[in-house]
Write a protein that binds this ligand. Structure first.
Ligand code: ATP
Ligand code: MG
Length: 350
């Protein structure tokens, strides 16, 4: 049966960068069945909701979903549950993608783009695995209320055994295809949920961690080490909150946001959700100058993690590196190339 890739270009520069991906699909995976749908503001404008049941159904029936970006000034006043961002959250929830993968890779040609010293980032290659569906962002009780005459606000940090085990399993699997090292991050010194996290990861390692070298670090120490000596890390495993913060921090070690892909994976055999880390970038939308690399590298991750085409993914990743080596740069990287010309350079390298 044909593999299906559902494209959800979304808003702003989303459609511009996803259009470039379709050129690479034609070249690298012409047998893929490509479908297209609406998400975010584009879906709201057409259907009055940022994600229709129909689109979610098609996402669930596909092998992988590649999203561009959602949001923009046009929809700022929209009710919270109708905002473009709500469409993305509903999609993540509907696909039950619990493991968010964010690589922090420094392409040799972009070493000078980093705000850190070249020797600190040269050869940097980290994968952050963030738990995406649990923890303090979703725990209950939560609220803002009044008790004993005091106004207060609170959230609940909570994880269950299966939630930690399944994301740990993903981190181990990814580590096995890399240097085999996983550093699990929490605050077990001050949080019970953090202590539980450490215990569960340690247990999972005894059971499922063959070939994986596991270490533990407090999240604050990890934040510091990421800037001081980031190359010590291979895979970093973190909960929703710390993973959110640390993946943004790690991203900035490597240069432009226009280069950064992400993947969100669910249970084995279910479609993964792939998207650039950047947003809809309304300030440059429609100008044809957006960097397509984050979207192209998101497609690269889809080839690798959902479509079982690691060799093609390797070739595409290498081609991006070669194009950069040859000086191909969009505006965000200090160059002059248009979105389309940047892709041309990658295609030429392929
Ligand atoms: P969101 O809330 O959707 O994350 P944001 O404003 O926080 O939006 P982005 O939309 O990612 O973040 O934009 C941040 C800045 O980075 C903007 O100045 C934008 O032009 C720039 N930017 C984002 N993506 C790209 C890209 N692919 N190529 C070039 N510049 C980009
Ligand atoms: Mg943002």
């Amino acid at each position: 049966m044909k593999q299906t890739l559902l494209l959800l270009p979304g808003d702003g520069i989303g459609p511009e960068v996803i259009a470039e991906v379709t050129r690479l699909v034609d070249l690298l995976a012409p047998d893929l069945q490509i479908e297209e749908g609406l998400v975010g503001g584009a879906s709201y404008d057409a259907h009055g909701t940022p994600l229709t049941d129909e689109t979610l159904k098609r996402a669930l029936a596909s092998d992988a979903v590649l999203l561009g970006a959602v949001g923009g000034p046009k929809w700022v006043g929209t009710a919270r549950d109708k905002r473009p961002e709500a469409g993305l959250l509903a999609l993540r929830k509907g696909l039950d993608v619990f493991a968010n993968l964010r690589p922090a890779f420094c392409f040799p040609a972009l070493v000078s783009e980093s705000s850190l010293k070249p020797e600190v980032v040269e050869g940097l290659d980290i994968m952050i695995v963030r738990e995406l569906t649990g923890g303090v962002y979703f725990g209950t009780p939560r609220g803002i209320d009044e008790k004993g005459g005091l106004r207060r606000g609170y959230d609940t940090a909570i994880y269950t055994h299966p939630e930690i085990e399944r994301v740990t399993r993903v981190a181990f699997e990814i580590a096995r295809g890399r240097s085999g090292r996983v550093c699990s991050v929490e605050k077990s010194n001050v949080m019970d949920s953090g202590l539980f996290w450490r215990q569960e990861v340690t247990l999972a390692h005894a059971e499922l961690g063959a070939g994986v070298d596991l270490s533990h670090m407090y999240a604050d120490a990890c934040a510091m080490e990421l800037v001081r000596a980031p190359k010590q890390f291979d895979v970093i495993l973190a909960d929703n909150l710390f993973g959110d913060i640390l993946s943004d921090e790690a991203a900035m070690l490597t240069g432009s946001i226009g280069m950064l892909p992400s993947a969100s994976l669910g249970a084995e055999g279910t479609p993964g959700l792939y998207e650039p880390v950047h947003g809809s970038a309304p300030d440059i939308a429609g100008k044809g100058i957006a960097n397509p690399c984050a979207a192209i590298l998101s497609f690269e991750m889809a080839l690798r993690w959902s479509l079982g085409r690691a060799k093609v993914a390797d070739a595409l990743f290498a081609a991006v590196g070669v194009a950069l080596d040859k000086g191909a740069r969009t505006k965000d990287l200090g160059g002059e190339l248009s979105t389309r010309e940047m892709t041309d350079a990658i295609i030429a390298a392929l």
